[in-house]
Design a protein around this ligand. Structure first.
Ligand code: PEP
Ligand code: CO
Length: 460
């Protein structure tokens, strides 16, 4: 049975209904055309019936995010695309279900807010807060299997698919995890709401949190920011925290589509901003086709293999009406390649008359392996890529509109360096990431403090 025939609930709170789609009579067109296109990085679910049971359950649940919230984010991203705001997006590479606690979610959200405060001060524009939160449970992997001590098992594909534990039962994809992913997302959203309602976004509270996070080296900067925030308490500070994740698992995302009655619009209700990863961004592939029918703001990751013509093709597919806020490109070329690869892409998009939001992900092009196999990243590489990203946009007269970071709200030792440096010998101390290495709070503040210094240097 094609998954397009699964129950499709109405957006409205009452009277869930399940319209019968054209796909049930064998035509996969319009919003269902993704089903006949090549899909990359999908789990091999061993039990088709269990998958249908899970997606059927998901299709009957309330939306995780509201259409009006998605629209508000889209408007905020439109401002960022026009050079009037800055996006701060971040969280874990792979969220775990066990991260859905008030302490963890509050810490991540607080850190994003602190980074936003520094960037608000440095760039003098309002900031937009988007967590890699409440849905970042699925990972594309370069190796589909993992070999340990002569035993080969499926790789870990994220908590929505299988478990990190290295045994056969844990690593077998289990669709019940899609239900758990929905529930963990709902809990996480609840925790974000609690954090916001408790005043967690308040500039004064954020200054206090920043003082605790920043190392000695940034004490002067924090004082300056504290004064600026006290003078302009109502100016450009975020009042809302949006959520985002890679929309990788097509069955999950399809089961959570919700129509807004009377509008003809359909939203992905799993998160506000949905992105397509660097590995699934083929313009003729299932992910692009699936997402282009949704009214959410969309993002696409661009790695070193992205050519200007690929990027234009993506813009044509995903943002045919050239509406600022609709499309964000998250660039992750690596510090060594960005200066060569990004300018022709930005110029090509600009000369096509398009307004998109350019965001820098300085993490994914700067991953290294240390002896022993652990993945890490150097803070100096991350800072370098961000500096070059700003520099490129400065030269081209375009707006460097955001940062996309992998970070933890507590002091992990996964990336190397910083002003209170994590050394090679520290890596094992607190390496918790289930996938890629994250900045700890002090390292993340180091990064934005250096951005602040660069921008102020350029202004002076
Ligand atoms: C990620 O964001 O964790 C990721 C897999 O990124 P990319 O698609 O850019 O490789
Ligand atoms: Co990652």
């Amino acid at each position: 049975m094609p998954s397009g025939s699964m129950a499709r609930a109405n957006w409205a709170g009452s009277g869930w209904w399940a319209p019968v789609r054209s796909s049930t009579i064998g035509v996969l067109d319009g919003a269902e055309a993704w089903q006949r296109l090549p899909r990359r990085h999908q789990p091999a679910w061993p039990d088709a019936e269990a998958l249908l049971a899970a997606t059927g359950w998901l299709a009957r649940q309330p939306p995780l995010v509201a259409a009006a919230e998605c629209d508000r984010l889209r408007a905020a991203l439109a401002a960022a695309a026009r050079g009037q705001a800055f996006l701060v997006q971040g969280g874990a590479c792979a969220e775990r279900f066990s991260d859905a606690s008030l302490a963890r979610v509050g810490a991540t959200t607080s850190l994003l807010r602190q980074l936003a405060l520094v960037l608000w001060y440095a760039l003098d524009v309002p900031t937009v807060l988007v967590g890699r939160l409440a849905g970042q449970y699925a990972k594309p992997r370069s190796e589909p299997t993992e070999l340990r001590d002569g035993v080969r098992l499926p790789a870990y594909f994220g908590d929505a698919v299988n478990d990190l534990r290295f045994d056969e039962a844990a690593r077998t994809p289990d669709p019940v995890r899609l239900v758990q992913a929905y529930r963990a997302s709902a809990r996480t959203r609840g925790h974000i709401r609690r954090f916001v309602e408790a005043g967690g976004l308040d500039p004064r509270r954020t200054v206090d949190a920043l003082r605790r996070t920043a190392t000695e080296a940034h004490a002067g900067l924090v004082d300056t920011i504290a004064r600026a925030a006290a003078q302009r308490p109502g100016d450009g500070h975020p009042t809302e925290v949006f959520t985002s994740h890679e929309a990788l698992l097509l069955e999950y995302e399809a089961a959570l589509r919700r129509a807004v009655p009377g509008s003809g619009r359909e939203y992905g209700s799993s998160g506000h901003l949905l992105w397509i990863g660097d590995r699934t961004r083929a313009a003729g592939g299932a992910h692009v086709e699936f997402l282009r029918h949704l009214a959410n703001p969309l993002a696409v990751k661009l790695g070193p293999t992205a050519r200007p013509e690929d990027v234009l093709a993506l813009a044509d597919r995903l943002d045919p009406d050239n509406e600022p806020g609709r499309l964000t490109f998250v660039v992750r070329m690596g510090a060594a390649l960005i200066s060569e690869l990004l300018p022709p892409i930005v110029e090509c998009v600009r000369s096509a008359g398009r307004t998109v939001l350019w965001v820098c992900d300085p993490m994914h092009g700067n991953t290294r392996r240390v002896t022993g196999g652990r993945k890490t990243r150097l803070v100096v590489d991350i800072v370098q890529e961000v500096r070059r990203f700003f520099d490129i946009h400065h030269r081209l007269g375009t707006w460097p509109g955001g940062l996309h970071l992998e970070l933890a709200g507590y002091p992990v030792t996964e990336c190397l360096g910083g002003t209170d440096p994590v050394e090679l010998t520290d890596l094992d101390r607190r390496y918790d990431s289930a996938c890629d290495p994250r900045l700890n709070p002090a390292q993340a503040v180091d990064l934005v403090a250096q951005v602040a210094a660069t921008v102020n240097g350029a202004r002076a």
